[in-house]
Design a protein around this ligand. Structure first.
Ligand code: SF4
Ligand code: SF4
Length: 295
């Protein structure tokens, strides 16, 4: 109803158990990010590739990368300890679609025995035109796409390169291609009832003035919520010398954009292997080297 546009009521019901989308659920339900996708196909200037993808994760210790089989084992172990686990997300540590074979296998294997789990993934969107049909077919109904710019001149300052179908793109051409694919991919998903969230990294002096346009445009594409996030300059990245955007600045921009579309405000930019409720991270407790021996 109201601002929720074309989202099916059943999906909205389900979303109430997704801690990232529901302010109520985030105190009650837990999520697990399974780090099965280490590769990436673009280079963001704020990323140094040693840390988890900022699509969904704050710079921290690099997570262990798991095969789909180990990821399923980890899911089962965590589920047996944390009963109110409702969401399995794939958020890197690279791009979930750049490693689609692993992402897909992980979701298929877990889904087989767990029909009630909500699956979500996060991506830079470059490969959405290729994989959006499979995403829909697999029943992944929550997708996060990081879109930092529509204007390729601005995008060219954010992305160092894009590698697409064997060709290396830079500058304006890279940014143009990335946005074209993001736009087509997001539209495909929202038209099929997938709930899409757009993450936007706020980089002062580069895209801050442009973000309201991004928000308006993705709203037009049927996006459910936008999540404006502060730049956390990763050491060793091209933006390492940039100031970290303050939460006050982020909140001012969120308030302005709230007029167009609802804003996510409790996202914690969790690591690619985050486990538990949003305000806790039990990833250390569930390192695979600590898992109980199979009996
Ligand atoms: Fe890094 Fe993610 Fe950007 Fe890839 S999409 S370069 S992993 S921040
Ligand atoms: Fe939820 Fe944000 Fe954490 Fe993803 S990064 S699990 S959206 S709180």
């Amino acid at each position: 109803a109201g601002c929720s546009g074309g989202i099916h009521p059943d999906l909205l019901e389900k979303t109430k158990k997704h801690p990232c989308y529901s302010a109520e659920a985030h105190k009650q339900y837990a999520r697990i990010h399974l780090p099965v996708a280490p590769k990436c196909n673009i280079q963001c200037n704020y990323c140094n590739r040693k840390f988890d993808c900022v699509n969904e994760s704050r710079p921290g210790v690099t997570s262990e990368v798991l095969t789909p089989e180990l990821a399923k084992e980890k899911f089962q172990w965590v589920k047996s300890v944390i009963e109110d686990l409702t969401v399995v997300g794939i958020a890197g540590p690279g791009d979930a679609l750049a490693d689609w074979v692993h992402t897909k296998a992980t979701i298929e294997q877990i889904k087989a025995g767990n029909p009630d789990i909500i699956f979500c993934l996060s991506t830079n969107g470059l490969l959405l035109p290729e994989y959006a049909p499979e995403i829909v077919e697999l029943g992944i109904d929550h997708v996060t796409v990081t879109i930092n710019a529509l204007d390729p001149v601005i995008g060219a300052q954010i992305y160092k390169h894009v590698l697409y179908q064997g060709t290396h793109y830079e500058g304006v051409a890279a940014a143009e291609l990335l946005w074209k694919n993001q736009e087509a991919g997001v539209r495909y998903l929202t038209e099929r009832g997938v709930l899409v969230k757009v993450n936007i990294v706020m980089i002062k002096g580069i895209n801050d003035g442009h973000i309201p346009d991004v928000v308006k445009k993705v709203k037009e594409l049927g996006v459910f919520v936008t999540n404006i996030m502060p730049l956390i300059p990763a050491p060793g990245s091209a933006f390492a010398h940039f100031p970290q955007t303050s939460m006050q600045e982020v909140n001012q921009l969120r308030n302005a954009c709230q007029l167009d579309i609802q804003q996510m405000r409790h996202c914690q930019q969790c690591r690619a292997d985050a486990i538990g409720r949003i305000h806790e991270d039990r990833s250390q407790e569930f390192r695979m080297c600590h898992r109980p021996a199979a009996s």
